[in-house]
Design a protein around this ligand. Sequence first.
Ligand code: ZN
Length: 150
Amino acid sequence: MALSKLDNLYRQVILEHGQHPRHYGELNNKTNEIEMFNPTCGDEITLQVKIVDQKIQDIKFQGQGCTISKASASMMAEELVGKDIKTCQVAAQAFSKLVMGEEITDSEDELLGDAVVLAGVQQFPARIKCATLAWKGLAQVLAKVGEKNE
Ligand code: ZN
């Protein structure tokens, strides 16, 4: 399994999130919902978000997918709940740079929190879409919310 090439500590964090994802389930009072599908791996994620006053009050996700897709959604929710839309957009962009192997700044690194452990997927191009699935879904939700407010 390709994951075994990842640094051991990082691998454990990813496996732990994949097996016990945070923010998994149904969100009451959601304001937005998006379904995301990654055909190359078969990952399916439904992301439910509650956004009030330009801030993400809560995120939950459901679906079936590989460990990386679930761990990534779990870490994303953990890091971004409570943050404002602009900050979350910056984080989503930073995350996609990270997994593509591009440099990110210290402040971006801090924003991503535990999710930086997913940087290792850059060695496995087929898994990059697994890692970015939830983040792309959130970015689409945020773009829509932003449009409405303009
Ligand atoms: Zn996957």
